[in-house]
Design a protein around this ligand. Structure first.
Ligand SMILES: [Fe+2]
Length: 407
């Protein structure tokens, strides 16, 4: 994030003597990415280091590693995440959908808040959530962030957090990346500020509301995800939200799709105009995340609003359908549908979809979908997702289904 924040009290000069209260030296910690060269924040703990464990770390039975499938033929996939039953919390309720070498995607439908003395930390990756259903609070050492449907939540790797639900259930699409996740660079100027032509406005993010330091002794458990999906419990002798202040550019934030301001074009727009986030070093690694949000369709008198057949051979493409208004898949997708099109397969509009889409010329659409394209990273379907797979999907382009087409 190019927006540098200061919350609570911090010394003007980093790594200089600073006190939580008279005679109590505040203890500094750096939370940084990319080997002391990327985004970072400095945090000031009240009186204890975040390393003061009260017992030996121990592995938990919770295993979130995606399980490989026996090699299957190359094929497109449709996973119906909207049909999942709620269970667990924001960590244990995760179901692996697809995975690569640096990108892991989960669906989470969960029903419990994290207990007050238990926290989560992802040591494997930076997290990007899309909130499909439910609302709640993401509480971290940086402060409190509310989330609601239609919102993205970005949680940097290593953040200690817990989630308090404010609804009976919550459904998230969770993208995990080994690389930091940030706004698409082509929408930003050299200073990191969104350009005047960008569809995003970086200052429309919501940032954590800082809370007073919890200077409390006791036993507080942190469940850390590591090693690709193992979980280990570590018990601190003090509350982890013990900061008197922090300053920096690495912190959780939210960005609502209402704040994505689509760019219309007289003829069809390609996905990069709809891009919101990026991870890795495009176009060599990582991924692009695009927000397909309703916009004015092309108004050229001969425009074809339906997309063209395409395959980007260097990208595996997944798409999460928040609603069913996306014309290219009407009749096939349901809320929470997740499609996966490997880069080595073309996909296309179905049958007469191109001709039918003429009726949409110049009209405002109301679809909402999230697309992720990897760069040079093949994805595989996790065995755990087979139970929600649409077995008929590979032949869906050949079905006599009025209105069905491909993105
Ligand atoms: Fe596509």
């Amino acid at each position: 994030m190019s927006v540098i924040l200061t919350r609570g009290r911090v010394p003007r000069t980093p790594h200089t003597e600073f006190y939580s209260e008279p005679e109590v030296l505040a203890l500094e910690e750096i939370h940084g990415v990319m080997g002391f060269s990327g985004d970072w924040s400095r945090k000031y703990h009240y009186r204890k280091y975040p390393t003061q464990l009260i017992r030996e770390p121990h592995r938990l039975p919770l295993d979130l590693r995606p399980q490989p499938l026996t090699p299957l033929p190359l094929q497109p996939w449709h996973l119906r995440t909207g049909r999942l039953k709620a269970h667990g919390d924001v960590l244990s309720g995760r179901l692996p959908l697809v995975y690569g070498t640096s990108t892991f995607i989960f669906a989470a439908r969960f029903e419990r808040s994290c207990p007050a003395d238990r926290f989560i930390r992802n040591g494997d990756g930076h997290e990007l959530w899309f909130v499909q259903e439910g609302r709640g609070l993401l509480a971290s050492e940086y402060g409190v962030l509310p989330f609601r449907p239609g919102q993205y939540v970005v949680v940097p790797k290593g953040t200690t957090y817990r989630v308090e639900l404010e609804s009976e259930e919550c459904a998230l699409l969770i993208v995990e990346s080994r690389y930091p996740i940030h706004f698409a660079p082509h929408h930003l100027n050299k200073s990191g500020q969104a350009t005047l032509m960008a569809p995003i406005v970086e200052t429309e993010v919501e940032t954590p509301e800082f809370r007073p330091a919890r200077d409390e002794d006791g036993e507080f458990r942190i469940w850390t995800k590591h090693g690709g999906g193992f979980t280990t419990e570590m018990s601190l002798d003090h509350h982890p939200f013990d900061l008197i202040g922090w300053e920096g550019a690495l912190y959780p934030f939210t960005f609502h799709t209402d704040e994505q301001h689509p760019l219309a074009r007289q003829i069809h727009t390609a996905p990069p105009t709809r891009q919101t986030f990026e991870s890795g070093t495009a176009p060599h690694s990582g991924f692009a995340v695009c927000t397909f949000k309703g916009q004015i369709e092309g108004w050229h008198p001969r425009d074809v609003p339906a997309p063209y057949a395409h395959f980007n051979v260097d990208s595996d493409e997944v798409m999460f359908f928040s609603n069913t208004s996306y014309g290219a898949r009407k009749g096939l997708v349901e809320p929470g549908s997740f499609t996966f099109h490997p880069g080595s397969l073309p996909h296309s509009p179905h049958g007469m979809a191109a001709k039918r889409s003429f009726a949409e010329r110049g009209k405002l659409s109301d679809y909402l979908a999230v697309m992720l394209d990897t760069f040079f990273e093949p994805l595989s379907v996790a065995r755990q997702a087979l139970g929600i797979a649409d077995k008929d999907y590979p032949l869906s382009w050949n079905r006599d289904t009025q209105g069905i087409s491909a993105a």
